[in-house]
Ligand binder design. Structure first.
Ligand code: HEM
Length: 432
């Protein structure tokens, strides 16, 4: 795959876009219809310009080229505590907001490097061989539960049966927590991530702070227990890194474990929910892929991994992230002063024609022209990308081979928020 962003930036830029129009579109993005289908709104944002000023002094980046450039460039940093102290007075009143700035996702080097190195060996690609058999078992159990419910009731909630159950299981397997705690942890992570939404409401902040308190107490107990009984798991690795690392990071284990739970929770649920919705809405493509798997099992892994990448391009689980300019520069044809916050609209960028011709069209056989931004890029590139692909690579063939073709039995139910493509329910039924 080739990078397209240099070529895409070179032609003349659109003029500065109308920030009032952008605000109207952002409001629509937060509305029920906008959450159901944000993609026409993103298309209008892309038509407005390559960098769109916001009334709060930031910039929206709806195109692939600018998102890719910023996310890979080390001179753009995450909105850290230092930046927030300078630019968003009062932000420290939110417990979760403060906790998030102590976690990997919102740390800059060198702290970011320490946190990442503590978790990386256990989450890296080569470590997945150990997790794959366990996750294979969980996938089988979830698909069994789905087919049983479909046979018994004629319909089933895919989100409860599969899309929430699998990340819950993965959290426990990966970190080394009791299997029975998965659903509790997944629910807490959902509430916690409310604070990562674009301009969270007071209700979202309150919910997140309650979850942060419960999750923090849970983690403290788990760490205490694991100190007494070390095991072959991530939590034990993190405690060792905290004790041996030579850095003054008394909360490193708790912080990294929490970020890993957050990393797994809503993104994986979003990926699996989006997968079933996309397959149901593109029955011809699902049938073709299923037939291909039957006809040529040897080619299956390649066809599955191409399809997984396209599903992740088409409806990306993490729809946006944010960066701050560390020097005066320009982006999308607009001057940017040091300290400016930019919003990288990943969901929009993945539907940019620079990524794939007719990018609004799902094509499970295509190889995009550009590196995916589904997992971000640069130093914050998703630590769990291989894990996510592994799980998708288990679930997609299981759905195609073991379930009847499915269709949506009701519209998806989505919670408030525009950062994650979350669902709380998706009823499905056989489409035969
Ligand atoms: C389909 C599933 C997933 C998607 C779409 C996804 C997406 C992302 C994205 C876009 C980022 C970068 C955020 C930024 O630059 O601001 C990220 C970071 C991260 N992800 Fe994932 N993720 C997924 C699954 C996972 C899983 C399974 C884990 C479990 C280990 C994980 C752990 C992390 C961590 C720890 C980071 C922070 C990395 C850093 O700051 O250096 N993610 N993820």
């Amino acid at each position: 795959m080739t990078e397209v962003f240099d070529a895409a930036v070179a032609p003349s830029f659109s003029p500065a876009a109308d920030s009032r129009a952008a605000i109207g579109l952002l409001r629509r993005l937060r509305s029920g219809p906008g959450r159901d289908d944000p993609y026409p709104i993103y298309a209008r944002l892309r038509a407005l310009g390559r960098a769109i000023p916001t009334p709060w002094g930031g910039l929206l980046l709806p195109h692939y080229a600018e998102c890719a450039r910023v996310i890979k460039d080390k001179t753009w940093l995450v909105p850290s505590a230092v930046w927030r102290d300078e630019h968003t007075p009062g932000w420290r009143s939110g417990l979760t907001a403060v906790e998030c700035t102590r976690g990997m996702l919102q740390l800059d080097p060198p702290e970011h490097t320490w946190h990442r190195q503590a978790a990386a060996p256990r989450v890296a690609r080569r470590a997945l061989d150990r997790l794959a058999p366990a996750m294979g078992g969980h996938v089988d159990a979830c698909i069994d539960a789905l087919t049983t419910a479909l046979e018994r009731d004629g319909r089933a909630d895919f989100v409860a049966t599969v899309a929430h159950a699998l990340p819950a299981a993965m959290m426990c397997e990966l970190v080394g927590l009791p299997a029975g705690d998965g659903e509790l942890l997944r629910g807490l992570v959902f509430d916690y991530t409310q604070v990562l939404d674009l301009s969270p409401t007071p209700a979202q902040v309150k919910r997140a702070d309650q979850a942060a308190r419960t999750l923090g107490a849970y983690m403290d107990r788990a760490i205490e227990q694991r100190r007494r009984e070390p095991r072959d798991d991530l939590l034990t690795d993190l405690i060792r890194a905290q004790d041996d690392g030579g850095q003054d990071e008394p909360e490193l284990a708790r912080s990294v474990a929490t970020v890993v739970l957050v990393g797994v929770g809503e993104t994986m649920a979003g990926m699996l929910s989006a997968m079933v919705v996309a397959l149901a809405a593109h029955r011809d493509q699902a049938d073709r892929l299923a037939a291909q798997l039957d006809a040529d099992p040897g080619a299956a892994p390649g066809a599955i991994s191409v399809a997984v990448e396209e599903l992740l391009r088409w409806d990306v689980p993490l729809q946006m992230t944010h960066r701050v300019a560390t020097r005066d520069t320009d982006i999308g044809g607009l001057p940017v002063s040091r300290g400016t916050l930019v919003h990288l609209l990943l969901g929009s960028a993945q539907r940019d024609d620079a990524v794939a011709p007719e990018a609004e069209r799902l094509d499970l056989r295509r190889t995009p022209a550009a590196t995916t931004l589904a997992f971000g890029g640069g130093i914050h590139y998703c630590l769990g990308a291989a894990l996510a692909r592994m799980l998708a690579g288990l679930v997609l063939p299981a759905l195609l081979r073991r379930c009847p073709p499915l269709r949506a039995a009701a519209p998806p139910q989505r919670p408030p928020g525009v950062t994650f493509r979350s669902m709380t329910s998706q009823l499905v039924e056989p489409d035969i």
